[in-house]
Design a protein. Structure first.
Length: 105
């Protein structure tokens, strides 16, 4: 009988603790503010705050915005197309993760 040792490591991802304004996100993602507002309206980005002036975006939002910007620019996708592509990419990531867990388990 073999013994398995599991080690749990906890940490904080610094990017998740970052809170960017729409102006900062626009600069970091190299994307116009009006396009970021479209992405918020479409549900691609979910900032905290009630108005664009109060919006704060997490580090995850920065990653999403950069990916969305690449999809919009490189593949010339409109906002609904970007939303669909991001959903499909997330689903692929989840399926790969599930396959990996099942193969290891």
């Amino acid at each position: 009988m073999t013994q398995e040792h599991i080690t749990w490591i906890e940490g904080a991802v610094v990017e998740n603790e970052v809170h960017l304004t729409i102006v900062e996100l626009s600069h970091a993602a190299r994307t116009p503010e009006d396009l970021i507002m479209e992405w918020v309206s479409e549900g691609i980005l979910s900032p905290a705050g009630a108005t664009p002036h109060d919006w704060r975006f997490s580090g995850d939002s920065l990653k999403t915005a950069r990916t969305a910007a690449h999809l919009a620019h490189d593949l010339e996708l409109n906002t609904p197309g970007v939303a669909l592509a991001l959903n499909l990419l997330e689903e692929i990531t989840q399926l790969r993760s599930r396959l990996q867990r099942e193969n290891l388990g």
